[in-house]
Design a protein around this ligand. Structure first.
Ligand code: KG4
Ligand code: ZN
Length: 333
């Protein structure tokens, strides 16, 4: 019975997972989002995020235990995200989880947030088969050759902005509410993806790497040229989104072929984008490659994915010491 805490950015989250044998059972997964608070600043303010994690963590843990109908004594293992993320946010969840583990003399696992996203498509099955993973979040864009749990090889990454970051920055340019991703997707529905010819970056010598900062600048220049930008909002959103999706889809298929994988998984916050999911499925048709998306409630930040990563960790390696530090720049491999 594992209780996991996620607090790497602006979502305080707690989940409880359990496995006797067979597939894991997720007993509860609660998310207390601070998006409404940070929206007024146009992005996450670390100090505000940290203070709100500290206010929310205890009632959320108590609510999770009540929802799952388990007592604190029945929890056998504690876990929390230790990176990557905002230092002052990570500290709250990690310290709280360590405190619970120390007080009850139970094992503790420090979990990499990106490994949480990476494993999230397989939470229902409870096992991780070989596949090619595309993780697209607010801070990362990664293509990973996954041979199994804890056997990862990064084959592509962004050299500047992450895909979600590009959505959020373009959203801000267009004066859309934070976060820009879901707003851009909504507006893009009524726009023409061919209205503006935005660049698809090709990176010489590292064709599986991504770059989105030139695209962001191209949107800015286009915006400055338009006398009535508001009128063109749907077209700008649709054309920008098409450029991001085109690149993500082409490189994912290429990576799957190069690594000889027959499954591509899609995870991270940007994975809730339906247009991206559909484009990936359409492009994979006839290639023999299956696309496995993450259920919507597991795409943006949550503790269920951290609990699942902790469950697999507890089945595969010894616990972590209680002096395991946060690592805001923690890497997958
Ligand atoms: O995984 P996540 O919740 O947090 C990080 O670990 O970064 O991802 C958040 C990112 C934000 O950049 C947000 O704009 C993006 O996911 N996002 C979307 C959509 N929903 C969330 N991007 C594009 N389309 C969406 N529907
Ligand atoms: Zn995330």
């Amino acid at each position: 019975m594992i209780l996991a805490i996620e607090s790497s950015c602006d979502e305080t989250a707690v989940a409880i997972i359990h496995r006797d044998q067979g597939a894991p059972r997720l007993l509860t997964s609660l998310i207390s989002s601070q998006i409404d608070i940070h929206r007024q600043y146009g992005g996450v303010v670390p100090e505000v995020a940290s203070r709100n994690h500290a206010l929310r963590i205890r009632p959320l843990v108590e609510q999770a235990l009540a929802d799952a109908n388990v007592t604190l004594e029945q929890i056998t293992t504690f876990a929390a995200t230790n990176g990557p993320g905002l230092a002052s946010s990570l500290l709250v969840g990690l310290s709280y989880s360590k405190g619970l583990a120390a007080a009850s003399n139970k094992p503790f696992y420090a979990i990499n947030h990106m490994e949480g996203h990476l494993l999230s498509p397989f939470l229902d099955e409870g096992q991780v088969p070989p596949h090619l993973a595309l993780i697209v979040s607010g801070g990362h864009t990664l293509l990973i050759d996954v041979q199994g749990f804890n056997n990862y090889n990064v084959v592509g990454r962004t050299i500047d902005d992450a895909a979600g970051e590009a959505f959020d920055k373009v959203g801000r340019m267009l004066h859309l509410p934070y976060p820009g991703g879901p707003e851009i997707e909504k507006l893009a529905h009524s726009g023409n993806p061919d209205a503006f010819d935005f660049p698809r970056a090709h990176i010489q010598d590292a064709p599986l790497n991504f770059s989105f900062s030139g695209l962001k600048t191209a949107v800015l220049y286009q915006l400055q040229k338009l006398s009535t930008p508001k009128k063109h909002l749907p077209d700008l959103c649709a054309s920008f989104q098409a450029a991001v999706i085109d690149t993500l889809v082409k490189k994912s298929l290429k990576a799957a072929q190069q690594t000889d994988h027959k499954t591509i998984t899609l995870s991270g916050g940007v994975a809730c984008n339906r247009t991206l999911q559909n484009a990936l499925r359409t492009s994979a048709q006839g290639t023999g490659i299956e696309i496995k998306t993450t259920p919507n409630h597991l795409t943006t930040d949550n503790a269920a994915m951290i609990a699942f990563a902790a469950l697999l960790s507890s089945e595969n390696r010894p616990p972590d010491p209680l002096n395991t530090p946060i690592d805001p720049n923690l890497k997958v491999t």
